[in-house]
Design a protein around this ligand. Sequence first.
Ligand code: GLU
Length: 504
Amino acid sequence: MTQEVTGQVRTRYAPSPTGYLHVGGAWMAFFNWLFARHYQGQFVIRIEDTDRDRSTEAFEAAIIEDLRWLGIDWDEGPDTGGPYGPYRQTERSALYHEHAGILRARGAAYPCYCTREELEADREQAIAEHRPYRYVGRCRNLSEAERRQREAGGRVATLRFRVPEGHPTIVVEDLVLGRVEFAPADLDDFIIQRSDGTPLYNFANVVDDRGMQMTHIVRGSEHLSNTPRQFLMYEAFGWAPPRVAHLPVLLGVDRKKLSKRHGDTSVRDYARLGYLPEALVNFFALMGWYPEDGRELFTVPDLIERFRIEEMGKSAAVFDIQKLNWMNGEYMQAAYRENPDRVIDLVVAFLKDEHLLNGEVSPDVRAYVGRVVAIMGERLRLPGDVVTYGEFFFRDVAYDPEAVQKVLSAPGVANLLRRARAALGALPSWTLAAIEAAVRGAAAQGGVAAKDVIHPLRVALTGKTVGPGLFELIEVLGKERVLARLDRAIALIESAGPSAAPRG
Ligand code: GLU
């Protein structure tokens, strides 16, 4: 796009604390943050809690905590304070009243006494006549006497913004979308203050963005239709509007609005599954931003340096969880190289969550988890992969019936397993080299190829035909578990008869 960004940059993320921070919100916060950091500007958090019924302090605290976890920091906010506070809308009522008064005094807003029933009837009539509903303007030009009369009758007014008659086309030069035009005739007079005196989103948002000296509004396309209304308010106040950038909508891989099924869950759910914050922010950056060289892995300082809002795509961004999983794997491997304990901690937490580890985790158990993680190697993209590829490390073998049928039911297998058990049981030291020699020796004694022992051993010990290296997993499982599992497998084969499959 053509827009140059000049001067001081101030952006904000303005969540309504009515739920946990979801990935869509975090994505938005992240771009505001990245944009501010790229231009050495300031990033502000403002809590839009005017919906008293749905907003809670607990959600506010959770949102703040989850943003911090992602590594997003802010210069001003409800917790840190700052020169343009308070940063919570419920604490800014006086400002909204003052500004509502200004608009009213200028005739840019007027009290509306229409009742809910009247408005509902208007709406039904519009539907019956197949035309879009717009406020009919019943209270637009009331005289003072008519207003007093309604008030005397007990009616309490809301405040409506007066869309100026004959206003020229509203032009928005969006940093992402380019030039967008809106016909004022499509806008009707909208409510800016409820009858209880509380402000509505469009109005409070303008008062605050101006009051907090925002220079750039980066937000979701779902707010694009609010922009012309907000621009009219800036005009009524005599203020220059901020620059705006509307990010594309976020879709799932099914190309539908991002749903829970395709990844729209809270940031803390991702944290619980062991996603790494550095992987998430890298992934966020590449949803909607397409750096020219097609590079995919960026550190945060790289992102701050390289990010250009002009390189944002206009069309929908796709949340591809497979790509996130791949990226998490890259960061997981890097984290492991740098500090294995960090990864082991995540895996331990995950296993506890899944009840595969219970109670206090002793140093021995932790060391065991560490050995399992080590042999997972590059398979480990998420802590859950430890279960996907190595559940047998943490619970009794669940035999895959097909593996049993194919591998364990073959004639002579029980004998080969018995030989392997004897060789392993006799080992004085449980090392990789000794284990391998014992297994190969058992095959040679039985007059078969090594693989004829290796395959049944794998199924007997893990229940499956694929998985981590056999000698490594034998070493990690430990002698006691290995011998017990072999005994069980041999007994199962024998009890099932010469050719029948044992049951898991
Ligand atoms: N509280 C609004 C929201 O969460 C903020 C929208 C805006 O950025 O203007 O959608």
